[in-house]
Design a protein around this ligand. Structure first.
Ligand SMILES: Cc1cc2nc3c(=O)[nH]c(=O)nc-3n(C[C@H](O)[C@H](O)[C@H](O)COP(=O)(O)OP(=O)(O)OC[C@H]3O[C@@H](n4cnc5c(N)ncnc54)[C@H](O)[C@@H]3O)c2cc1C
Length: 479
């Protein structure tokens, strides 16, 4: 069995520990949201009626409410959020806002080969649509259309990436292969063997500011927002769909659910979704010397091409966010807040950071946090309806939802309104992922898969029996 570059270049434990010594267990992006965002909307009390109720104040819910108002300004839209707008995945992610709706080209080709060109186009239109809203509503979220550079940290990864520009061309996506010298001229690391540049398919954003901006845009358009209002039950009545909350009740003609991987209000959703924990570190701002030592003038979002991969980026004030790699599922799908702290993963992330950028030894991390990713077995969104079409949902973005949630919301709204569109006619929208088995098989299967992905990374990408079996039944992942 071989080793990964992160194991071969493992830094001294003291260097890693020093880099974490002053980090706080807090989400960097949620630190500084300004007074307006901290003014909470009141919880819902008493009896209400609305034409459309949106449950969930992350991007899926916010985009649904915004798009509903854009389509029909007079529609009465009410959004309920269990805690505060954008506290969950939408306010704590890496901020890679990608055009891809299918979690990358290869995953799209494996699952939707006949319609991938359409999905890629719809994805590019979706990203353009996000940019338009950011500009029109003056959303101050450091939206930068930098593109993304995926780097190979092993020769087998370089072989895989080299094939992608030709594949991309067949579906209208522009990708460019760069050799090791060209990549290191952009961002310098001794671990790089080459890379793939997606010039215009990804924008970088400050995720919490995007959520805050969407919230403000919704309020301006007249959406009624209630925070601290978990919906506890949803049922059909003669008057419509009734949603119960701790202090009130709302009856709606249509309901859209954007509840991610939290306990679903429709039982059927729980077989398709598992909450997987993802973790990230944020560094202090780089000094001028540190910036010169690393490069990164184009400020691309970056990721490596392992099966277990890191994603990393710079902020407006030149901090580095470094996240990913460990993807942790807890037995029974636990989502409690204590799991946001994971020192073992924070140490591993810091170790891999130092192995990647030895020239940044001494740089400290200021923030460390975790969040929940709504993972499904096809690694990209799915949709559904319930209660004779009065309730629609979108979920399952599996770690690539910053951009795709707007598309997810648009389709959920189409489904709730009974509108047939180019998007709703696709297999992508009409089909569901393969359900996960119940516990304890669920936990055993996910844990084994993670273990086998790590083994493949050590073994020049060669997939063992378990991963090959998953590939054969359409459950393998390759972004
Ligand atoms: C650490 C991390 C890094 C990530 N990095 C990236 C990235 O760089 N790029 C990318 O594309 N994606 C990334 N993602 C994924 C991305 O953040 C999500 O796909 C996206 O934010 C999902 O938005 P959402 O609105 O569906 O879910 P959420 O933002 O989780 O919002 C769901 C909301 O529903 C509310 N809710 C749930 N149940 C109820 C109820 N019963 N009643 C009322 N409210 C309820 C919750 O309180 C929550 O606020 C990352 C995720 C994490 C955790």
């Amino acid at each position: 069995m071989g080793t990964t570059v992160f194991e071969r270049r493992r830094p001294a434990a003291s260097v890693v520990e020093h880099s974490l010594a002053r980090s706080e267990h807090r989400v960097f992006w949620l630190d500084d949201l300004g007074v307006e965002a901290r003014k909470r909307r009141p919880a819902l009390t008493g009896e209400h009626v609305a034409q459309l109720v949106v449950v969930g104040g992350g991007y899926t819910g916010l985009w649904t409410a915004l798009l509903a108002k854009e389509r029909e300004p007079d529609r009465d839209v009410l959004l309920v959020e269990g805690r505060t707008i954008g506290w969950a995945a939408s306010g704590r992610n890496g901020g890679f806002c990608a055009a891809s709706l299918t979690h990358g080209l290869r995953n799209g080709l494996d699952r939707f080969p006949d319609e991938l060109a359409t999905l890629e186009r719809l994805g590019r239109e979706n990203l353009d649509g996000i940019e338009k809203v950011v500009v029109e509503h003056g959303i101050d979220c450091f939206f930068e259309r930098t593109g993304e550079l995926t780097v190979a940290t092993a020769p087998w990864q370089a072989d895989h990436l080299r094939e992608l520009p030709a594949l991309g061309e067949t579906v209208g996506s522009r990708l460019e292969w760069l050799d090791a010298d060209a990549v290191r001229a952009k961002v310098d690391s001794p671990t790089y063997h080459g890379g793939l540049l997606d010039c215009d398919g990804v924008a970088m954003v400050d995720p919490a500011r995007l959520a805050r901006g969407l919230r403000e845009a919704c309020l301006r358009l007249g959406v009624r927002i209630h925070e601290n209002t978990p919906v506890t039950a949803l049922e059909r009545s003669a008057a419509g769909v009734v949603l119960r909350t701790a202090y009130g009740r709302v009856t709606a003609r249509r309901v859209a659910l954007g509840t991610n991987a939290f306990r679903p209000l429709l039982r059927r959703m729980s077989s398709y979704l598992v909450p997987v924990w993802d973790y990230a570190l944020m560094s202090e701002p780089l000094t001028a010397e540190q910036r010169a030592a690393v490069g990164w003038a184009d400020r691309h979002g970056m990721a490596d091409a392992g099966n277990l991969f890191h994603y990393y980026r710079v902020t407006d004030d030149w901090r580095i966010l470094w996240g990913g790699y460990d993807a942790v599922y807890h037995f029974g799908g636990r989502t409690d807040d204590r799991l946001e702290r994971n020192p073992a993963t924070f140490l591993r992330l810091a170790e891999h950071f130092q192995a990647t950028f030895p020239q940044l030894e001494g740089l400290r991390f200021t923030h460390a946090w975790g969040g929940i990713i709504d993972t499904c077995s096809r690694f990209s969104a799915f949709w559904g309806t319930a209660h004779s079409g009065a309730v629609a949902y979108a979920a399952g973005y599996t770690g690539l939802g910053v951009g795709a949630t707007r598309f997810g919301a648009r389709v959920a709204l189409d489904l709730a309104d009974g509108r047939e569109t180019e998007a709703t006619r696709t297999e992508f929208v009409r089909t569901k992922p393969i359900p996960f088995p119940p516990e304890p098989l669920r936990y055993a299967g996910i844990t084994l898969t993670r273990h086998e992905l790590a083994r493949a990374d050590r073994n020049a990408g060669r997939r063992g029996l378990w991963l090959r079996a998953l590939d054969r039944v359409g459950l393998g992942f390759d972004s």
